[in-house]
Design a protein around this ligand. Sequence first.
Ligand code: MLC
Ligand code: AMP
Length: 497
Amino acid sequence: MKTQLPIIERAIAHGNRIAMQASGRETSYQQLVEASAVVAKSLLNGMENLDEARVAFLVAPTESYIQSQWGIWRAGGVAVPLSLSATEKELEYTLMDSRTSTVIAAGDLAGKIEPLCKRHSIRLLLFDDLPINGSANLPQVSTDRRAMILYTSGTTSKPKGVVTTHTCIQAQIESLIEAWHWQPSDRIPLFLPLHHIHGIINIMSCALWIGAEIESFPRFNLDSILDRVANRAYTVFMAVPTIYVKLIEALEQMDASQREDIIRGFGEMRLMISGSAALPASVHQKWTELTGQELLERYGMTEIGMALSNPYEGERRPGAVGQPLPGVEVRLQNETGETVQEEGLSGEIQVRGPNVFEQYWDRAEATSDSFVDGWFKTGDMAVFENGYYRIMGRSSVDIIKSGGYKLSALEIEASLLDHPMITQCAIVGVADETWGETVAAAVVIRSGESLDLNSLQAWCKDRISLYKIPRMLIVVDELPRNAMGKVTKPAVSKLFE
Ligand code: MLC
Ligand code: AMP
């Protein structure tokens, strides 16, 4: 018998255990395995192997998402998850850049992508039209094959595709299974988007690898999640800092009797994790005061999976991100290219290990520029203090983290420059208690015109995703520039103080 990809082998072994609950439906591991074979067969359409052809999928976070992802993998394809909140323009960019040959779409989402598939002669596979079952002779897929492309914003205007192989994904998963003591008896809610690593790897793939149970929600819906927490539905919980801020606000507004069960539900979980952006020490402490839970903060990135984590057992230090995860090597390098040896001195975080991605899709130069001597340069600055790493910030002012989403100021600027009234613009991230940073725009407009925030936001709506839309606007006569004529972002930030 042919061997399967490890995640499929494991799912076969998990058999009739429940893998996912979504909208009241339960799906077992066996059902995931069977349905993914049907997806694979339809994708292959008579071919022997997709040989790393890119298959994008626009599927809500239900069992259909897992079946699509596994189906693509089992057919030998590269999975390209699409953002459910992307605009048509953004989707088109992803399809074109990845040179996607087939798109899988489920439910109402098909209508959103169909015109694009027609325009670019991309095959569209409607998930709901697939046969219910059927046997398939599937190819043997080697684990060194490319498996996934995740699009991430960076210091270039357009997002880059981060390519990982099956081996790399496995390394990312196994490191977290070990460090965070994942168990088959775990139950975890999934409300983060499934086009980013936090939702895909840390939550979904780790749970499926170990044979645990996922309860998925269409989006972050505070009331339904709190309701389930009160019913002791979960043992593990993972979220971005913005969510903990929103949970604290909600709990503080309730009276003691209203929140008693919820607090007990959180307090009894075996593990609660925060990541994707800095967790303010005050939020960490407030959460412990409210629930008795000490949040475990960790640090990661699309290109490397997770790299640093506070310990499962031992001190979870507020404001710090702990030590390297199993199998991951971390060093700090200073501006002159030397490894920082002394505690308390800052340097760029550089990472090496089987968890690190293979390449940026179709961008050989960007790939080689992002490595030095085999170490990936994260662009994040940190110090090592009393045994723990602490993140100091990023080396680029053009990267913004809002609600855990990484945004490129340059990409938003390029979009705003299409606005008929805007002649110049600068985007900065302004510190915000709830969102970490919030997108702020300073613009110069044509003389005699006027522009307010509401009309700018309405204009942005069809062009850029909701979370990239500016929340603050200042119209100025001139943008602050240095002697070379380059816009000075720190001076732009001051305009919003
Ligand atoms: C949205 N709103 C904002 C805003 N974003 N207001 C101010 N600043 C912002 N940045 C407004 C919206 O316009 C809307 O207003 C209201 O807030 C609710 O927006 P929403 O997007 O619907 O909010 P919500 O559903 O509550 O979502 C918040 C969230 C979401 C935190 C759940 O942003 C999210 O899922 N973030 C996680 C992203 C993620 O997974 N990142 C991981 C990347 S991987 P109105 O007026 O319309 O109501 C990574 C690596 C690693 O980073 O280490 O993990
Ligand atoms: P992304 O490219 O979306 O994967 O985001 C990765 C970035 O998120 C990192 O480069 C960091 O800047 C940031 N990040 C992730 N976790 C943390 C954390 N615990 N503290 C501070 N920043 C974080």
